[in-house]
Each structure stands twice: as C-alpha cells, then as structure tokens.
Design a protein around this ligand. Structure first.
Ligand code: 5GP
Ligand code: ZN
Length: 114
C-alpha cells in the first residue's frame, strides 16, 4: 500500500490545485506557498529522492525542467525570474519523500537560502 501523499495527489485521491499535467509530469500549487508563485513539479512515478535517480531517468529529469520553463512562461514569470529547487534529504529540509521540484517566483528571492 503506497501512502505517499504526492502519489495520492497524482492519482486524484487527494485534491490539489493542478496547473500542469502531461501524463508524466504533474505540477500543482504548494499548500503552504513561500512566494506568490510556488508550485511543485513531480513525476507521476514514485521516486523518493534525488539519490534514487538512475541513468534511465535522465529524460524524466529533463522533462521536469522543461515543464517548469513552460509553466513559468505561461504564468508570465519567465522574464522576471524564478527559482527551481529540489531538496534532498534531511539537511536540505526534504519533508515529502516523492521527488519534487519547487518552482518559486513572483517576488525577489533571497540568495543564498537561509
Ligand atoms: P520539501 O520540504 O519536501 O522539499 O517540500 C515539501 C512541500 O510540499 C512543502 O513546501 C509543503 O508545503 C508541500 N506540501 C506538503 N503536503 C502537501 C499537500 O498535501 N499538498 C500540497 N499541495 N503541498 C503539500
Ligand atoms: Zn510517491
């Protein structure tokens, strides 16, 4: 039994504000946004962390970024700017163990992160 929250969102078992779905990559609004635009992009297939990617996933990772680019353009933040982040494990603050790319935009984002 898969009790992964993002698998459940991908399966439609938990509601989410989905903004993009190409059958392989899904994007939805973060429930606790840190910026005016805060989306999470996930592969439908369950992969726990960046560490669990293999050579066979290279195209999938590329699709995550291309989906992010497309969404940023559609939301009108591609030129003003946006940040994509994948947190991996404890020190990066990963809380959900289904790989996800944060897409943040709509305000000036500080760097480096705190
Ligand atoms: P992480 O810290 O693992 O990189 O980020 C997990 C993100 O998932 C957090 O920003 C959190 O707000 C978001 N999140 C956790 N549970 C849910 C949920 O049920 N729905 C949505 N839309 N976002 C969630
Ligand atoms: Zn999952």
């Amino acid at each position: 039994m898969n009790d992964c929250i993002f698998c459940k969102i991908a399966a439609g078992e938990i509601p989410a504000d989905i903004v993009y779905d190409d059958g392989e990559v899904l994007a939805f609004r973060d429930i606790n946004p840190e910026a005016p635009v805060h989306l999470l992009l996930i592969p439908r297939r369950h992969i726990a962390t960046l560490n669990d990617l293999s050579e066979a996933d290279a195209a999938l990772v590329g699709r995550l970024y291309l989906a992010g680019q497309q969404i940023a353009m559609e939301l009108g933040v591609a030129e003003s700017g946006y940040r994509t982040v994948i947190n991996c494990n404890r020190d990066a603050g990963q809380l959900v163990f289904h790989i996800h790319m944060h897409l943040l935009a709509g305000r000036e984002l500080g760097w480096p992160p705190g």
